[in-house]
Write a protein that binds this ligand. Structure first.
Ligand code: ZN
Length: 130
């Protein structure tokens, strides 16, 4: 998975993988994480489950490597990648922090969705759509 990310992204010089507990917990709850994570961070895609340390892991995340710099591997962990190690680490730390906030929010009730208008504005702001 690490090698494939380096091959597919010329701008990436650091890939971090971790078994971040809050992100892994969220991945077990059948929550639409990508569409729930708005406002403080850009959406984070989540893969279907794949055997850890297998080519299957890479194949499950292949579709979002080009457009995203992070992802959650269902029931396994997270991966974050950037032009440098600090950038990748900050992404990973931010992803875990946001997952923690979501778990706190869901422990009270289902969070209110952000309006489609603001989702669209944020996606443009992050350069995920034109
Ligand atoms: Zn792992």
């Amino acid at each position: 998975m690490h090698t494939q990310i380096y091959k597919e992204r010329d701008d990436v010089n650091a890939v971090i993988h971790a078994h971040a507990p809050y992100c892994v917990a969220l991945s077990m709850l059948d929550i639409d994480i990508e569409n729930t994570l708005y406002a403080t961070v850009s959406p984070i895609p989540i893969t279907e489950f794949a055997m850890p340390s297998s080519e299957e892991s890479y194949l499950k995340m292949k579709s979002f490597i080009k457009d995203y710099n992070w992802g959650i591997l269902q029931r396994h962990g997270v991966v974050a990648y950037e032009k440098d190690l600090l950038g990748a680490f900050l992404r990973l730390e931010g992803m875990e922090h946001y997952a923690k906030m979501l778990i706190y929010a869901f422990s009270v009730k289902e969070p209110n969705p952000l309006s489609e208008e603001y989702k669209d504005k944020l996606m443009r702001f992050w350069g995920l759509i034109k």
